[in-house]
Design a protein around this ligand. Structure first.
Ligand code: GLN
Length: 540
């Protein structure tokens, strides 16, 4: 049981995955923040990985890193961006970590000879984590999103746990929101509510009656559809909320607000009523939707068709665009398509800036290095993130410093010039999970640099996720040739940020600034990068 009375909202999903539970959870959070409530979100993931760190982002989406160094599900990124506060490692847990903890307790003999079972031991562990986060945060409302879909093999321990939460803390302190898909079938795209009815029935079968239904749909729902959904799903008519596909995710809290969702939640949970402050959020959305300019930014990666793998980057570009009243069009370029000079030129001729994101492994590296060479030589604005900084370093070593075959020892352990090499603290590590340099570290800025101008402060905490770093042995070779080490760790030992002096805007960081960018607080490097792209466009 939580120590203090708290309000608990649970969000489940029906019919299909990717129905929008994450954005719904984030949007509900925003609605409550707009009314002055303190909100804490939690994502529980039903897979057996202990965390998202070992999962392939091209299958599962981006690995989001919290300030305290947890490798989490990308939904935490949505929560931070919508709710506007930094989360921590307790804000996301998986079946794998729950089982790991229960089995460890069993080995320590903590269950005193009892048979250890799914109910109550696994469900208690889940509830304890929910209550612990509720107690540790000063939140008025905790919103927990249950990953996966109702009916999946993996979800029952979680749905059983949240059913019990209602028994523990009372109906008046809990709210179940179910997000479900409205289907369209046949040549005329007939609206079908049956899959949603089935999904709600499955939920009821495990003892949960949803209080609110969010209906994800391609088209507007008629009154008739809503009546039908209400009747068959046992949800009051005013609690059937439409979530039509929309181009702009930041619009969703406003769309929900207009349908009375916030009032409904407040009434249902007995929270004090107040009028919402939506001015700041609305003006941000207006800016995004009514840009005065457009720039094209190329992102060079591998398997770039999986946009979810770069979620925080595309959002941060959008924020940087909004700060300049500019729409950022992204041109995805597969790094394998950048092998020779003519296709590099063809691919990059019409863009106003290039971004090389983070990544692991050798595949695609040479294409990225070729693209960086083009931006350096053609004075195209460049933003490099983590691997993007390492590629910029390798490119400069090879093509300016004449260090033939310079490389990162990650890609070529035999290179004669390991300008990027394994960090000392990483040398003995063998486990893959949670062992990188992770989370926020302070970076001290060179006050003569362009980066310093963008930030406007002396030092900044930024989030990391890497094993390799700039090799200090080569510092003098680089700095005496216009490659500025514009940000260092406080002890001066680690290169965190670099830039080129003889270039209008070429900045690359060992950290991931994209994780800190929020729609109401665009990250300075993204804001500056888009401003540089605008200048590039004007000069063309
Ligand atoms: N693979 C590189 C490293 O481990 C870069 C990591 C990244 O881009 N996140 O250092």
């Amino acid at each position: 049981m939580p120590k203090q009375p708290k309000k608990f909202i649970f969000v489940t999903g029906g019919v299909v995955s990717s129905v929008g539970k994450g954005i719904t959870t984030a949007s509900v959070g925003r609605l409550l923040v707009n009314r002055g409530f303190n909100v804490t979100p939690l994502k529980v993931d039903p897979y057996l990985n202990v965390d998202a760190g070992t999962m392939n982002p091209y299958q599962h989406g981006e690995v989001f890193v919290t300030h305290d160094g947890a490798e989490t599900d990308l939904d935490l990124g949505h929560y931070e961006r919508f709710i506007g506060k930094d989360l921590n490692r307790e804000s996301n847990f998986t079946t794998g970590s729950v089982y790991g903890a229960v089995i460890a307790k069993e080995r320590r003999g903590e269950y005193l000879g009892k048979t250890v079972q799914l109910i109550p031991h696994i469900t208690d562990e889940i509830k304890n984590r929910i209550y612990m986060l509720a107690d540790d945060s000063d939140a008025d409302v905790m919103i927990t999103e249950i990953g996966g879909t109702i009916g999946d093999f993996e979800t029952p321990p979680f749905t059983e746990a949240i059913r019990q939460v209602r028994l523990d803390v009372g109906k008046e302190n809990t709210l179940f929101i179910h997000v479900s898909l409205i289907a369209y079938v046949g040549p005329w795209g007939e609206t079908k509510t049956k899959p949603t009815q089935h999904s709600v029935r499955a939920l009821m079968g495990i003892g949960i009656v949803p209080d609110i239904l969010i209906c994800r749909s391609k088209e507007a729902l008629t009154e008739e559809h809503k009546d039908k959904i209400s009747l068959f799903c046992s949800v009051p008519r005013e609690a059937v909320i439409e979530a039509r596909d929309t181009k702009e995710i930041y619009d969703i809290p406003l769309i929900f607000e207009r349908q009375g969702l916030a009032n409904l939640i407040i009434k249902r949970l007995g929270l004090p009523d107040s009028s919402p402050d939506t001015a700041q959020w609305s003006s941000m959305v207006k800016k995004i939707k009514n840009p005065k300019e457009t720039v094209v930014i190329a992102i060079v990666g591998k398997y770039t068709e999986h946009g979810d793998a770069y979620m925080s980057i595309t959002e941060a570009l959008k924020h940087g665009g909004a700060a300049n009243e500019t729409c950022v069009e992204i041109k995805w370029i597969e790094s394998d398509d950048l092998q020779d000079e003519s296709n590099i030129r063809d691919n990059l001729r019409d863009v106003h800036g290039l971004l090389v994101p983070g990544g692991f492994g050798y595949r695609g590296i040479e294409g990225k290095i070729n693209a960086v060479k083009y931006t350096r030589e053609n004075k195209l604005p460049y933003l490099g993130l983590c691997l993007g900084m390492q590629c910029a370093t390798i490119e400069f070593a090879r093509n300016v410093l004449g260090m033939e075959k310079a490389n990162s020892s990650e890609f070529d352990p035999q290179t004669p010039y390991p300008v990027i090499h394994l960090m000392a603290e990483q040398e003995e590590i063998e486990d893959m999970g949670g062992t990188m340099r992770l989370g926020t570290y302070l970076c001290v800025l060179d006050n003569q640099s362009k980066s310093y101008k963008e930030y406007g402060i002396d030092s900044v905490g930024e989030r990391h996720r890497h094993r390799f770093e700039f090799n200090n042995k080569y510092r003098d070779d680089f700095t005496s040739n216009g490659f500025r080490l514009s940000g260092l760790s406080p002890d001066g030992q680690l290169v965190e940020l670099i830039e080129l002096d003889d270039h209008p805007w070429f900045i690359a960081s060992q950290f991931h600034p994209e994780f800190r960018s929020k729609p109401l607080h665009p990250h300075p490097l993204f804001r500056g990068f888009i401003a540089a792209a605008l200048r590039q466009k004007a000069n063309k």
